[in-house]
Design a protein around this ligand. Structure first.
Ligand code: SF4
Length: 261
């Protein structure tokens, strides 16, 4: 839906973090949260953004970004699902680019046409794509329709091709793992060969999560370099039984940053 007020498109706004050092590795950014999501993850870190309405002028969001301009080099659009609001997201990404800022998107991949258009127009520098489980488990675990699963597959393909063609500078696939669903990693790994792959500890209520050692064993099974992200040990680049880089960024900081709006 295209909503216009005065000279600005309307955007269903979720929140704003003026400065984040955990949303884009090595960069200080601000983070814009957009409201609305067609997926229903059981562990959703931003339940309040799944639904609801808070319509703002995109110009108001750009004004917030301008206030952070002096301390940031990029903007992350997160959610909810930011690509659900194609026109508003593209409008804001264009303004960010005019300000000389990098643009990143955290997405569940449900709206491939938004990603394709942003790549076509050179408006996107980073995609974090969450692949939440193997394809056949999506309907039951995430309550999504078959067409959304096809869309997520398309998003993966679009971003992968753009990354290989050097039209998308950074592309990271994030796989959030829970006890009992360890096998997901083998399936998702096959589909994401050659890409930056993150094994993220899934945290849900009081259920004991997979720990660093368990995630390392999963990484050993897929024989590739991965980043392992846990709340206890931060983010670690790991390959062939070796920790290559340990990062001070911890999962709890990342999740906290996504709630601070
Ligand atoms: S895709 Fe993101 S915003 Fe949507 S339900 Fe899942 S975790 Fe929540």
């Amino acid at each position: 839906m295209l909503l216009i007020s005065g000279d600005f498109l309307k955007v269903n706004f979720g929140g704003f973090v003026p400065l984040s050092t955990v949303d884009w590795r090595g960069k200080a950014v601000c983070t814009v949260f957009l409201r609305g999501c067609p997926v229903r993850c059981h562990y959703c870190h931003n339940l309040s953004l799944q639904k609801g309405q808070d319509l703002r002028d995109t110009g108001d969001i750009i004004a917030m970004i301008k206030e952070s301009r002096i301390v940031i080099s990029g903007v992350i659009f997160s959610g909810g699902e930011p690509t659900m609001q194609k026109d508003a997201l593209i409008e804001m990404a264009k303004k960010c680019k005019e300000m000389g800022l990098l643009v990143g998107v955290q997405t569940n991949g449900a709206f491939p046409e938004t990603l394709a258009e942003m790549i076509r127009q050179g408006l996107i520098d980073l995609v974090h794509l969450d692949i939440k489980t193997r394809w056949e488990h999506y309907p039951k675990l995430l309550k999504v329709k078959p067409e959304i699963i096809e869309n997520i597959k398309k998003s993966l393909e679009i971003c992968k091709n753009a990354f290989m063609d050097e039209k998308l500078p950074e592309f990271q696939v994030v796989c959030t793992l829970f006890p009992g669903r360890e096998d997901d990693v083998m399936h998702i790994s096959k589909e994401t060969m050659g890409l930056d792959f993150v094994l993220q500890q899934g945290i849900e209520g009081d259920i004991p999560p997979l720990d660093f050692e368990q995630l390392k064993k999963l990484a050993d099974k897929i024989h590739r370099k991965v980043r392992i992200r846990t709340r206890e040990d931060g983010e670690v680049t790991y390959e062939n039984n070796q920790i290559i880089i340990a990062d001070s960024m911890v999962l709890t900081d990342i999740l906290q940053a996504r709630r601070n709006y």
